[in-house]
Design a protein around this ligand. Structure first.
Ligand SMILES: *Cc1c(COP(=O)(O)O)cnc(C)c1O
Length: 393
């Protein structure tokens, strides 16, 4: 009998929804013209790209000409940070502020800039995984070029006080970027009200295709270019447009906004069920990240005396897709920098798993996951010398 797969790793990526795929398909082999060309199949494509730009702008309360398409969240982060660093350093501003639990697309970019002579302040987050506007205020200097703080964390789902940080940065005249890859399409965002200057997003995190994303750049701000070449994206980002990808991204985000309310209610039901069941049924567990100020589909838990990788292997055998740490770092044995940042000891960080739910998941699946997890944790602990030692003690 073929085993049914339960996919609970929606923070890593999401399936392209059928209505999105349907919108994309004609742009591969029928309407394939280069949007920069002059004939009608090319003009149609230009229109399709502009339609997607408007869909995306309206989702975050931006203007369409503030949206620039990129090849995904990583490129958007790189462009925002390196681009602003470059233009601001020309004015003598070579200090950057971020947190110590950003996605690697931000952290590794910051590290590169440090090698190039920039100074970076990595704000610590508290044990709930939150940073405050006061911390940012205390770190600001006259030569601060940029503050970059993620909207919602990809591992533990905590949502930062973005509007307060935006307000502070606007008052102080400092540029503010947020990696909103996990937040866009999941929770309401208003770049105007929240005073965001630059915002990164990625299509494959909200049921669009992979390899396409966007950077919102507030009118009047001009980061240095990252990708040089042709004059696409109003001269700011070269490369023939990924027309099917862009069309898919626009449609996926429009769908996400339309269904956000009902989807959030559904995900909260699943999330709260899972957290409650795990805490009730399994001893020595810890929920990572703030209990309520977190993404509706995110559960991240640590089990004492358990190896996260073993849990994942057993879950996989049970047909359940989950993750430990972030997908980008699995394969490495270092514990997650996010879990260390919220103060978990190495041992507990190693025993953590992330379950991230999406619209396609059901409460029935959540129940099944909890039942399996209870058995699996008991089995892994039964084999763990650490656990047996603790019990004997
Ligand atoms: C997935 C993710 C990224 C990277 O996006 P890609 O489109 O995969 O390059 C960046 N930041 C966060 C918070 C993410 O979750």
């Amino acid at each position: 009998m073929e085993q049914k797969i339960i996919y609970a790793d929606n923070a890593a990526t999401t399936p392209v929804s059928p209505s999105v795929l349907e919108k994309m398909l004609p742009f591969f082999s029928q309407s394939y013209g280069n949007p920069s060309s002059m004939y009608s199949i090319a003009r149609d494509n230009k229109e399709a790209v502009e339609h997607a730009r408007a869909q995306i702008a309206s989702a975050i309360n931006a203007d369409p000409n503030e949206i620039y398409f990129t090849a995904g969240g990583s490129e958007s982060d790189n462009w925002a940070i390196k681009g602003i660093a470059q233009t601001q350093s020309a004015r003598g501003k070579k200090h950057l502020i971020t947190t110590n639990f950003e996605h690697h697309a931000v952290l590794h970019t910051m590290e590169e800039l440090e090698k190039a002579g920039f100074e970076v302040t990595y704000l610590p987050v508290n044990e709930d995984g939150l940073v405050t506007a006061e911390q940012v205020a205390a770190a600001l200097r006259p030569e601060t070029a940029l503050v970059s703080i993620m909207y919602a964390n990809n591992e533990i789902g905590t949502i930062q006080p973005i509007a307060e940080i935006g307000e502070l940065c606007r008052q102080k005249g400092v540029m503010f970027h947020t990696d909103a890859v996990q937040a866009v399409g999941a929770i309401p965002i208003d770049v105007k009200a929240e005073k965001i200057d630059l915002l990164s997003m990625s299509s494959h995190k909200f049921n669009g295709p992979k390899g396409v994303g966007a950077l919102y750049i507030r009118k009047g701000i001009r980061p240095a270019r990252l990708i040089h070449g042709g004059g696409q994206e109003r001269g700011q980002r070269a490369g023939t447009e990924n027309v099917p990808g862009i069309v898919g991204m626009g449609q996926a985000l429009e769908n996400a906004i339309e269904t956000m309310e009902s989807k959030t209610a559904h995900l909260l039901e699943i999330r709260d069920y899972v957290v409650e069941a795990i805490e009730r049924e399994i001893p020595r567990v810890r929920l990572n990240g703030h209990r309520t100020q977190r993404l509706p589909g995110n559960v991240n838990v640590s089990f004492q005396a358990c190896e996260g990788e073993s849990l994942l292997l057993f879950l996989d055998m049970a047909g359940i897709c989950a993750s430990s740490g972030s997908a980008c770092t699995s394969g490495s044995l270092d514990p997650s920098h996010v879990l260390l940042a919220i103060g978990l000891p190495h041992e507990l960080a190693h025993g953590s798993i992330r379950l991230t739910f999406g619209g396609q998941n059901t409460l029935e699946e959540a129940r099944h996951i909890c039942e399996e997890l209870k058995k699996i944790v008991a089995e892994v602990r039964r084999r763990s010398p650490l656990w047996n030692e603790e019990k004997g003690a």
